[in-house]
Design a protein around this ligand. Structure first.
Ligand code: PHE
Ligand code: CO
Length: 300
């Protein structure tokens, strides 16, 4: 028997934010209700897992692929958080905690600052294989968790959480700057390997369409990582990104974000933001996008 209390996401209300109406869930940590997953749920996992495994060969970063194998996620059934935690804890000391969905910012930062990664326990429906507007288990587990096995990236995520708590105390404009950094690195980042550009951003690796688009399409810009530039750049939440930023290494990301951001936030409070698709004279341009298919409205 499926327990109706644990088998549906416990959505509390919708809240109006700068990104439109977003669902808000209970902030509690929940036990993964593993035995309540239906065969459809396990089937969605299997389909997406196998499809992305193929798409990501030669597209995802070597570190992502290597760590994904090392974690032991398999297509046959939705992984148990407890099993993954046994591996993660001894590798980098991170731990997955089950949640109902997107968390309020401060709650999210507090988890990261303590090396806890919140994972949505429910998975999308079979008719949502290609797109859904909020993170689910596939995005969170398949997309985010492998790189938590990388010691440098694991430290970056913790530092980001601590930086988030601090930015939250400084004010909403600082949070906007920091959120852009997360978006353009953790969610949509590319990395330059000796053999070419590869994906490490979770929002890309969990999407078949964007995995191909971000590397192979002529439309988007591909620009070298630049901290303040990224913090000023608006982004897309409902279409593919117009611009992707490329890091040289996870160490570069860690080092560039080590300084105290407080003076940067002060400086940026006096500056305008850039539209998502702009290319600046100061950019290191790997590829200047043609802009094909871009919508003018909707940068956030
Ligand atoms: N150095 C940042 C600060 O002072 C914290 C941070 C580290 C933010 C890593 C993001 C990523 O706020
Ligand atoms: Co995500």
């Amino acid at each position: 028997m499926t327990n109706p209390i644990t088998a549906t996401p416990n959505r509390v209300e919708h809240q109006l934010t700068d990104k439109g109406y977003v669902p808000v869930y209970t902030t509690a940590v929940v036990e993964q209700p593993w035995s309540s997953y239906s065969s459809d749920d396990h089937g969605v996992w299997a389909t997406l897992f196998e499809r992305q495994q193929q798409v990501l060969v030669g597209r995802a970063s070597d570190e992502f692929l290597r760590n994904q194998r090392a974690m032991g996620m398999t297509p046959d059934r939705i992984p148990k958080f407890d099993d993954l935690n046994a591996v993660l804890r001894k590798t980098t000391g991170w731990e997955l905690v089950g949640v109902e969905g997107l968390l309020p910012e401060l709650t999210f930062f507090d988890h990261l600052a303590n090396r806890r990664f919140p994972v949505t326990w429910w998975i999308r429906k079979p008719e949502q294989l290609d797109y859904l507007s909020e993170p689910d288990l596939f995005h969170d587990l398949f997309g985010h968790v492998p790189l938590l096995m990388n010691p440098v990236f694991a430290d970056y995520m913790e530092a980001y959480g601590r930086g988030g708590v601090k930015a939250h105390g400084i004010g909403p404009e600082a949070l906007v700057n920091l959120t852009r950094l997360y978006w353009y690195t953790v969610e949509f980042g590319l990395i330059k390997q000796a053999d070419g550009l590869r994906i490490y951003g979770s929002g890309i690796v969990s999407s078949k369409g964007e995995s191909i688009h971000c590397l192979e399409s002529a439309a988007p810009n591909r620009i070298g990582f630049d901290l303040e530039r990224i913090m000023r750049t608006r982004y897309r939440i409902d279409t593919y990104q117009k611009t992707y930023f490329v890091i040289d290494s996870y160490e570069q990301l860690m080092e560039a974000t080590r300084p105290d951001f407080t003076p940067i936030y002060e400086r940026l409070a006096q500056s305008d933001s850039y539209p998502a698709g702009n290319v600046l004279d100061t950019d290191t341009v790997y590829h200047r996008g043609t802009g094909e298919g871009w919508l003018n409205d909707g940068d956030v």
